[in-house]
Design a protein around this ligand. Structure first.
Ligand code: ADE
Length: 236
């Protein structure tokens, strides 16, 4: 998979992709993240990328031409499965969306700043608008990094133990159960006996029970959905 990210702040994206799992994914040739600085595509001597908004009001708007030109340039090289615009008024990002995007070959992400990008770019070029949650951050870069991370770790071969993505929180619609490691007793705080029992079926049942209990307590919305689906699946 290749992800091209367009931004006026490429330095914000130099960190996330050069460490740990995302770094290894790129070294193994499973994912390639290419960050494009929008500034050289800016207009005039000052390489302008934003301007006042029509109709008045506070906040600048990112202009059409620089983004349009860099997108066209990239599209000449390859077909993009999705051209994504990171925006708080987009579709809420979740695990099913990450799963779906992880199956794509080429993704482009446009990071907005200020008041966002000119609406005509969204109408003309963008195929998917994503929000990472109901809050506003200073620009699309950190949101793009979140989405790229969630997507890249799902590509087969990226995680060493592939089952660990399958047992992630949300992957089956439930929160993950609690986990423990050594020592078995820390100042009287003990690991649940069942995990030390070696009885795999009992351990799996305990994990499922814990997942259900956690989800019911912390995310009743997910719990309701899970129970409804479970019932639907059990019907003949
Ligand atoms: N840009 C600013 N806030 C954002 C959000 N919540 N999601 C995606 N992009 C954003």
């Amino acid at each position: 998979m290749r992800i091209d990210i367009i931004t006026v702040h490429p330095e914000l994206l130099s960190g996330p992709f050069s460490h740990s799992i995302l770094k290894r994914a790129q070294e193994r040739g499973l994912a390639q993240v290419v960050v494009h600085d929008l500034r050289p595509w800016g207009l005039g001597r000052h390489q302008q990328v934003d301007d006042y908004q029509y109709g008045g009001g506070a906040g600048m708007v990112m202009m059409i031409e620089p983004i349009y030109n860099v997108v066209q340039h990239l599209k000449e090289e390859r077909h993009y499965d999705e051209i994504i615009y990171m925006t708080p008024d987009g579709k809420r990002f979740d695990q099913p969306m990450a799963n779906r995007l992880s199956l794509q070959e080429n993704l482009m992400m446009i990071c907005g700043h200020y008041k966002g990008i000119d609406q005509r770019l969204r109408d003309m070029l963008v195929t998917l608008e994503i929000s990472i949650g109901d809050y506003v951050i200073s620009g699309g870069e950190l949101a793009a990094a979140v989405v790229a991370d969630a997507v890249i770790r799902l590509i087969p071969g990226v995680l060493n133990d592939e089952t660990s993505a399958l047992t992630d929180t949300f992957q089956d619609g439930l929160l993950a159960p609690p986990v423990y490691t050594r020592p078995p007793d820390f100042m009287g705080w003990k690991v649940p006996d069942v995990l030390l029992s070696g009885h795999q079926a009992k351990i799996e049942q305990w994990r499922l029970d814990q997942s259900l209990q956690r989800t019911k307590e912390r995310r009743p919305d997910l719990y309701k959905k899970f129970i409804e689906n479970d019932h639907a699946n059990q019907k003949p």
